[in-house]
Design a protein around this ligand. Structure first.
Ligand code: B12
Ligand code: SF4
Ligand code: SF4
Length: 319
């Protein structure tokens, strides 16, 4: 009896977890069970069966539905929110626009640093070792499904997590732990967009096969960030001016209206490649390609960015 009481007390409370999370720079946190809801597993399988994942072969790894396989003994998922919203800027004829999340530092690096410190704290606080595994995008996990279950927000028809306070301009990361928390939230996913379908209507390439069903084969974001192949003609013809990523289905979402910009220094344009890339910028990068390191644009690489710039037919200002 005494032993089990001591065990319970060695698990931090939600309030303690929240204090740590905010101290390390996250904007919100939720705690839920390390089990992916059945409805999300089914939707994921349907998405793969219909080949909506395009060339994203890593998405076929079903382990993302089973945290227990990824981290044996996982009981709890702690999900963190980072608010990153940057200024909504116009398209330019002399420069390609960079999506809001990608203007500063690479969020994976920002999160990995915080996750490491958080896990160290969790181990010290609970007096146990090897009790947690962190993730942020690069580990196969259905992150949004866990965030919804943790009560942090809900799915929008644009498939993104709409955080109840911050809207969609947020990034996710989390920790699986073998610790059992008594304060877990188990929220069910529910449709909350009502009759709104601004994101579906605004998408320049009609990438949504239906509400909540994004077809990556069509999506600009997929082609301008991930694709290693030549840009397909529908992207070239319908790209309004992005050189990396796409924010249109977020810009039109009423849940993002009148939100302040993020005050997290790591995500500000001064810390990365900024909001626009001109041909001159790309030429300079040819000399110093290391400038891309540590920014999200590294994923596409200089060649990919140049290929996109070519399709945008950029003109150099001042010439
Ligand atoms: C693959 C991927 C992509 C792909 C595919 C996107 C997609 N929707 O799947 C591409 C390259 C296109 C992409 C683009 C972007 N991405 Co991305 N991406 C991912 C990744 C790695 C996996 C997503 C996934 O699991 N897809 C599988 C499918 C099945 O999931 P889904 O489409 O969300 O389907 C769910 C819902 O639709 C729901 N559902 C289905 N039917 C119904 C019906 C009802 C009624 C309801 C309520 C729900 C519901 O169930 C499904 C399963 O949970 C995650 C990181 C991670 N590990 O989770 C980041 C992630 C989703 N991406 C992120 C970001 C920031 C972006 C971009 C905004 C980047 C940009 N500016 O260009 C765009 C946004 C495009 C968009 N509208 O989604 C963030 C999103 C944060 C948020 N607010 O949700 C994530 C979480 C990364 C992170 N760690 O922060 N991405
Ligand atoms: S990211 Fe852009 S292309 Fe992709 S679904 Fe959203 S609006 Fe459409
Ligand atoms: S734009 Fe409308 S339909 Fe799309 S996610 Fe936002 S609230 Fe939902």
């Amino acid at each position: 009896m005494l032993a089990s009481l001591a065990q319970i007390n060695s698990t931090p409370t939600f309030k303690e977890v929240q204090e740590q999370a905010l101290k390390l720079g996250w904007d919100d946190v939720g705690i839920t069970s390390a089990i992916i809801p059945e409805a999300d597993i089914e939707a994921y399988k349907e998405w793969i069966d219909n080949e909506r994942h395009a060339d994203l072969e890593y998405m076929k790894n079903e382990i993302r539905c089973y945290p227990e396989k990824l981290f044996p003994g996982a009981k709890t998922a702690i999900i963190f929110i980072s608010y990153y919203k940057q200024e909504k800027l116009p398209f330019r004829s002399d420069a390609g626009l960079v999506a809001s999340y990608a203007r500063g530092k690479k969020y994976h690096n920002v999160h990995h640093k915080r996750l490491k410190t958080f896990i160290q704290w969790l181990e010290k606080r609970s007096n146990k070792k090897n009790i947690a595994k962190g993730f942020s995008d690069s580990t196969p996990v259905l992150e949004k499904a866990l965030a919804v279950q943790a009560g942090l927000g809900w799915f929008g028809k644009n498939t993104l997590l709409i955080h109840r306070k911050f809207g969609t301009f947020i990034l996710l990361s989390g920790v699986f732990t073998t610790l059992e928390f008594s304060e877990k939230v188990l929220e069910m996913r529910l449709p909350r967009c009502g009759s709104c379908q601004r994101c579906l209507d605004a998408c320049p390439v009609q990438a949504f096969d239906a509400p909540y069903k994004l077809n990556a084969k069509k999506c600009l974001s997929n082609h301008l960030i991930e694709s290693k192949k030549e840009l397909p003609i529908h992207v070239i013809e319908n790209n309004p001016g992005y050189i990396f990523g796409c924010d249109i289905c977020q810009d039109v979402c009423p849940h993002n209206a009148r939100k302040p910009l993020s005050n997290t220094w790591d995500f500000s344009p001064e810390n990365g490649m900024g909001a626009y890339l001109t041909l001159q910028d790309l030429e300079k990068l040819q000399e110093e390609p290391e400038k891309l390191y540590g920014t999200p644009l590294q994923r596409r690489g200089l060649k990919g960015l140049r290929d996109t710039a070519e399709t945008l037919d950029l003109r150099i200002t001042g010439f």
